[in-house]
Write a protein that binds this ligand. Sequence first.
Ligand code: FAD
Ligand code: NAI
Length: 475
Amino acid sequence: MSKQFDVIVIGGGPGGYIAAIRAAQLGFNVACIDEWKNEKGGPALGGTCTNVGCIPSKALLQSSEHYEHAAKHFADHGIGVAGLTLDTAKMLGRKDTVVKQNNDGIQYLFKKNKVSFFHGRGSFVAAKDGSYEINVAGTAQETLSTKHVIIATGSSARALPGTPFDEENILSNDGALRIGAVPKKLGLIGSGVIGLEMGSVWRRLGAEVTILEGLPTFLGAVDEQIAKEAHKLFVKQGLKIELGVKVGAIKSGKKGVSIAYTNAKGEAQSLDVDKLIISIGRVANTIGLNTEAVGLALDERGAIVVDADCKTNLPNVWAVGDVVRGPMLAHKAEEEGVAVAERIAGQHGHVDFNTIPWVIYTSPEIAWVGQTEQQLKASGHAYKAGTFPFLANGRARALGDTSGMVKFLADATTDEILGVHIVGPMASELISEAVVAMSFRASSEDIARICHAHPSLSEATKEAALAVDKRTLNF
Ligand code: FAD
Ligand code: NAI
């Protein structure tokens, strides 16, 4: 007799574990199946985000930022550091501890919410009499049955054709977070989010970093003015970014990796590095789900086809997070997980795709929500723009980080905020105000009229809102 559940969630990343908890809160008998293994072969809940994504990358970004501050910026504050050393093993160990705290935290949350956890690979066996049979292949084989399935199997790094990851020389995000000693030369292919974050970590620690990007524009999805400012700052920091390249043969050997490419002018070039990180996007994880057994529809990229409500082509089968369309972000996966659990309970779960924030955790950070200026121009939407530089913000001066700006875009007639774009210190935290404002359909004047604490970086947000009406007070 198979174990019966109301809801089975396949995948224990941010989409899956949050969906499982919300479904349990709503009174369902819930199981979550996840196959991620820690170094000892035990469970490691949290998926890509916790194990090889958001959490470990931010731990290393923090450590490397401390190192760079001690090496380059403490002196500005009159603090001398003699004999600065770097213990990479300890830095990586700290990162692993942070990851484990998060893994354990999710196990605790499952116990607290009475979610049954199964460690192993989940796959469809059959659909029978209005329910689904799911096999769990772990240390033992088990069959579970359920009325509702939520698939949250996430994504994996995309390899370059003919260049598989060996995680020694040719690294995915996984290997990029485990480099044992700072490489003298580090190459990255792809100057997207991972390329910039991982490139920043290892540059700060002393590597000579070169990023090869296929597109002719830098961060094409980011507001152009913000992307240009960020590019200028990153290049000044020492990141080498080559745009418009075409990557050719990649040879990996004992001495490192050699990459042949043509540059934007069409000239043949080669780059020799100790390690190469390939960060050219990610692919949905559907292999192993046995989707054929039940006829689950996939698109041409292998992602699960869903409608706006995360419904698949099968009754009572839902899919959320990186395995479906939309931005590959942990908070997007979580929002979809909550909304689907609520829809299963007959409620009206909702995800507002217009107000999903993006953050790139470089230094300075880049964060945005809503539409870019180029999108507004392309759609012919009449808008007003206002910017305010951190150079004119007292708190930024006190911090010693005056790079970047806040930019507001508002409807030309109604003044409703259409987009907010930030490159600068703590942009990841500042963007929340814009997300709240846009969720309540606020105008730029609403933000301009709100009292912001002094001295704070958030005053730059208020001033950028004032700039929409051309009445900044401090610039
Ligand atoms: P995942 O987190 O990928 O989880 C899926 C889980 O399902 C995994 O544990 C997997 O092992 C398991 N699984 C797959 N197939 C099966 C199966 N058949 N049976 C059982 N289990 C299965 N996003 C942000 O918002 N902020 C960030 O700062 C950020 N940083 C990132 C940094 C890096 C280096 C990377 C790679 C990604 C980062 N992301 C970030 C993206 C974020 O990690 C993903 O968007 C998020 O993890 C997606 O969540 P998910 O639940 O859909 O899938
Ligand atoms: P990405 O989509 O952000 O960037 C990939 C880059 O590689 C693009 O600029 C693309 O033009 C380039 N590229 C693609 N093929 C190429 C080729 N053959 N040669 C040269 N360049 C090529 O993907 P990335 O950085 O791998 O990250 C994957 C996803 O993970 C992100 O899109 C994001 O959703 C998520 N992520 C989010 C983070 C955050 O929220 N802070 C941090 C890291 C990842």
